[in-house]
Design a protein around this ligand. Structure first.
Ligand SMILES: *Cc1c(COP(=O)(O)O)cnc(C)c1O
Length: 647
C-alpha cells in the first residue's frame, strides 16, 4: 500500500476553564483521507469552540496516520426505534434491555448507577458479574475513539449528526471483546434521545430518556469478559481504528430538527444586556455641529468625527445643491460602468493633490477602501504585519485577504522589526493607523517607513483621523513629521472632510491596479456625485480656511489643559481624547452624567475596545467653545474624584 491510500484519524477534545479547573465540553472523531483532513479539522475545531455547555478555552486536536491494513471494517448495527414519552418510560426500556442481555438481576443497581453518577467524559466499564467498576480513572471513564463512518454517510458526516455518530460508536463498542452491551444518554441538554446497543439486540433508540434541558448524561459499557483482560478491552476501544459501513438513517428516524435560528440571536442580545454591552442609538434632528439636537435635547456634541465642522458649511451645501441639480442623486452604476462623473474624477485629483501623491482612487467608505485594498494587494501573496490597535476595517481586511497576519505591539517599532526579522517575508505589507482611532496617539511614521524600506515591504497607513487634523495646515501625518509618503495611503472623506466615502492615494500603478482588482471598486455602485461634490468642497475649505485647523489645535491644547487641571494625566495632540474609565458600567454612568449636563459623549466599550477597558472618547471640533470644554472637564474631574478613578 502506498502512503497516498493512508487515512488519518483526527480527534478533537474541547474544554473550558472553570474556577481554575478544566471542564470537558465536547469531543469528536473522524477518520478521513488526506485531502479531507483540513476540512475535517476546521469543522471539528468549529464544533469544539462553541458548545451548548459553554465556549472552549482549550482545544486539543490529534491527527494520526492510520495504515489501511490495521483498520477494522464493521457493518453498522441494525437500528430500531422505541418511542417513549417520558424519562420513566425510557428507563423501563433500559431495564428490558438489561433483562435481554442477561443482567436483569442487577437492573436496579445498573439503572441507579446510570442515572446518578455525575456526568463524566467517558463511560463506566462495569463488570456485570461483580458490579465493580473497572475503569482505571473513575472521573474520566473509558472512551472509545479512532472511528468513523465510511463515505456512505453523506455530507452530514462533517456536520454534527448525533444519530450517525452514536451509531458509529455503538457499533465499535458492541464489537469490543468482552463487552456484552451498552446503555447511553447524551449530556447535551437539547437532546433527550438515548439508546441501548449490543451485538444481539442491535441499536435501539429510545426517543425520550431524560427531560429537555437536563445536562445529565451517562454511558455504561457492560463488561462480561475476564476482568484481567479489561485493560486490553480499554486499549482496543481507545486505539483500534474502526470504520463503520452501511450507516443508513432508517425512514422512521427523522433528520434532527434544526434549532430555532432566532432563538440564538435573542440569547446573544440578552447576553449583551447582561454584560452592559447593549447599544442604543440617539436620534439627531440637527446637523453635526458643536451644538446639536439629539433625542429632542439640545446638547454640546463632543464625540463627532466631524473635526472641522464642515458637514453643513455653506460652501458644502452649495456644492451639493449644484451637483444635485445637475445629476440628481444616485450614480446608477459602478465607476467602471455608468457611475463615473466628472465630479468623481475631479475629487480624485483633489485628493492626490491634497496628499501630495501621484494619484488617488475613490471608494464608497473608508471601511471598503481598507477591505478591498488589503485583499487586492495580498492576493499576490505574502505576510501582513498589523498594529494591535488598528481599526476594525484593517482587521477585517486582513481576515478577508486570508494571508498570514502577524500582529505587533501598539506603535512599537522594535517589536515590529523583531517580528519581521523572525518571519523573513519575501513579500508583504505593514499596516498602521496614522492617528489611532481610540487612543488618539500618532504613529511613529519616520521609523515605520524606514523599516518598510529596509525589508522591502509595502507601507500602508490609514489616515482616517489624521486628515484635516494634524500637520500645521491639516494635511495629515506626513506634514506633521515632514517625512516621505507611504506606498499606500488610505483615508476617509467622512470625518474631518465632512462628507462620506473613502480613498486610496499613492502611485499611479497602485491606483490602476486597484481599479482592476479592488472588489468593492469593481462590484459596488459609485458614490453619489452629491457626496463627491461635498467632499470636494470640504477639501477646498480645509485649504481656503486654514484658521479651522488652527482653532482645532487650540481647542486640543485647551481641553487637555483643563483635564490636567482636574488632576487627570491626559495628553493628546489630536482631537481624539480618550478618558479611561475601565468598567463598562462606570463608563455608561459617566456618559449619562455628562448627557444630563448637556454633553453628548458616548461610552466606548467592547468590541471597539477590549473588555474592562471602556473609555469615553472625546472628539473635538474646531468650533467648540472653550467655556463648554472647561465645564465638561470639571464634570469629568468630579466624577473621577467621587469614584476614586485615576487617569
Ligand atoms: C472611521 C475609520 C475608517 C472607516 O471609514 P468610513 O469612511 O467611516 O467607513 C477606517 N479606518 C479608520 C482608522 C477609521 O477610524
Amino acid at each position: 500500500m502506498t502512503a497516498a491510500n493512508d487515512l488519518f484519524s483526527i480527534r478533537m477534545r474541547s474544554s473550558a476553564c472553570e474556577n481554575g479547573a478544566s471542564k470537558h465540553l465536547s469531543g469528536a472523531e473522524r477518520i478521513v483521507h488526506e485531502n479531507m483532513l483540513p476540512r475535517a479539522a476546521l469543522s471539528l475545531l468549529d464544533r469544539g469552540l462553541h458548545h451548548a455547555k459553554g465556549n472552549a478555552d482549550t482545544l486539543h486536536l490529534t491527527v494520526e496516520r492510520e495504515k489501511p491494513e490495521n483498520i477494522l471494517h464493521l457493518n453498522a448495527l441494525a437500528v430500531q426505534t422505541v418511542k417513549t414519552n417520558t424519562s420513566q418510560e425510557g428507563l423501563e426500556q433500559i431495564r428490558l434491555f438489561l433483562e435481554e442481555t442477561g443482567v436483569g438481576n442487577h437492573a436496579d443497581e445498573i439503572v441507579k448507577l446510570f442515572t446518578e453518577t455525575p456526568t463524566m467524559r467517558g463511560a463506566i466499564l462495569l463488570d456485570v458479574h461483580t458490579m465493580q467498576r473497572l475503569e482505571p480513572d473513575l472521573e474520566r471513564g473509558v472512551r472509545a475513539s479512532r472511528m468513523d463512518a465510511d463515505d456512505s454517510i453523506p455530507e452530514s458526516a462533517v456536520n454534527k449528526d448525533h444519530f450517525a455518530e452514536a451509531l458509529v460508536l455503538a457499533t465499535k463498542v458492541a464489537h469490543c471483546p468482552g463487552i456484552i452491551g451498552e446503555i447511553c444518554m447524551s449530556d447535551d441538554p437539547d437532546y433527550v434521545t438515548g439508546y441501548v446497543a449490543s451485538m444481539t439486540t442491535g441499536y435501539r433508540r429510545i426517543t425520550t430518556l431524560k427531560e429537555m434541558g437536563s445536562e445529565k448524561g451517562g454511558r455504561i459499557f457492560l463488561y462480561g469478559g475476564d476482568p484481567k483482560k479489561a485493560s486490553e478491552a480499554i486499549d482496543w476501544l481507545q486505539n483500534h481504528p474502526v470504520i463503520v459501513h452501511n450507516i443508513r438513517r432508517p425512514d422512521h428516524v427523522a433528520p434532527e430538527k434544526p434549532l430555532d435560528p432566532l432563538q440564538s440571536l435573542k440569547k446573544a442580545l440578552e447576553d449583551l444586556k447582561d454584560a452592559n454591552l447593549y447599544r442604543t442609538m440617539k436620534t439627531f434632528t440637527e446637523a453635526q455641529g458643536p451644538h446639536t439636537t439629539a433625542d429632542g435635547k439640545h446638547c454640546v456634541l463632543v464625540s463627532s468625527n466631524s473635526y472641522l465642522d464642515l458637514t453643513a458649511h455653506p460652501a458644502v451645501r452649495k456644492a451639493c445643491s449644484e451637483a444635485l441639480e445637475q445629476y440628481g442623486f444616485g450614480s446608477g452604476g459602478s465607476r467602471l460602468t455608468t457611475g463615473n462623473t466628472e465630479i468623481h474624477e475631479r475629487l480624485e485629483q483633489a485628493i492626490a493633490k491634497f496628499k501630495g501623491t501621484e494619484s488617488a482612487i475613490l471608494f464608497n467608505t473608508g471601511y471598503a477602501a481598507n477591505l478591498s485594498t488589503i485583499q487586492a494587494i495580498m492576493r499576490l501573496g505574502g505576510t501582513i504585519f498589523s498594529d494591535e490597535c488598528n481599526h476594525a476595517s484593517i482587521i477585517d481586511g486582513c481576515r478577508l485577504a486570508g494571508s498570514r497576519c502577524i500582529v505587533y505591539r501598539h506603535n512599537d517599532m522594535n517589536d515590529l522589526r523583531c517580528k519581521i526579522r523572525e518571519e523573513k517575508p519575501r513579500r508583504g505589507m505593514v499596516i498602521s493607523d496614522a492617528v489611532f482611532s481610540m487612543d488618539g496617539d500618532i504613529l511613529n511614521l519616520p521609523e515605520f517607513l524606514a523599516i518598510c524600506k529596509e525589508y522591502g515591504l509595502f507601507s500602508m497607513i490609514d489616515e482616517a483621523h489624521s486628515t484635516g487634523t494634524i500637520g500645521v495646515s491639516g494635511h495629515g501625518i506626513t506634514e506633521y513629521f515632514n517625512c516621505d509618503l507611504p506606498d499606500i495611503l488610505i483615508g476617509t472623506l467622512s470625518k474631518a472632510v465632512g462628507s462620506e466615502g473613502g480613498f486610496v492615494a499613492g502611485s499611479r500603478i497602485l491606483t490602476e491596479y486597484l481599479r482592476h482588482s479592488a472588489r468593492s471598486f469593481v462590484f459596488s455602485t459609485a458614490l453619489s456625485p452629491v457626496s463627491a461634490a461635498a467632499a470636494l468642497a470640504g477639501l477646498t475649505c480645509i485649504e481656503a480656511e486654514p484658521e479651522r485647523v488652527r482653532a482645532l489645535h487650540s481647542n486640543i491644547r485647551a481641553f487637555t489643559r483643563f483635564l490636567q487641571e482636574e488632576g487627570l494625566n491626559i495628553h493628546s495632540e489630536t482631537p481624539i481624547i480618550p478618558i479611561p474609565v475601565g468598567s463598562e458600567s462606570l463608563a455608561l454612568e459617566l456618559s449619562e452624567t455628562l448627557y444630563d449636563a448637556g454633553f453628548i459623549i458616548p461610552a466606548i466599550r467592547y468590541p471597539t475596545v477590549p473588555r474592562g477597558k471602556a473609555i469615553l472618547r472625546a472628539a473635538l471640533m474646531c468650533s467648540h467653545q472653550q467655556e463648554d470644554l472647561c465645564r465638561m472637564a470639571r464634570i469629568i474631574g468630579t466624577f473621577f474624584r467621587n469614584h476614586a478613578l485615576s487617569a
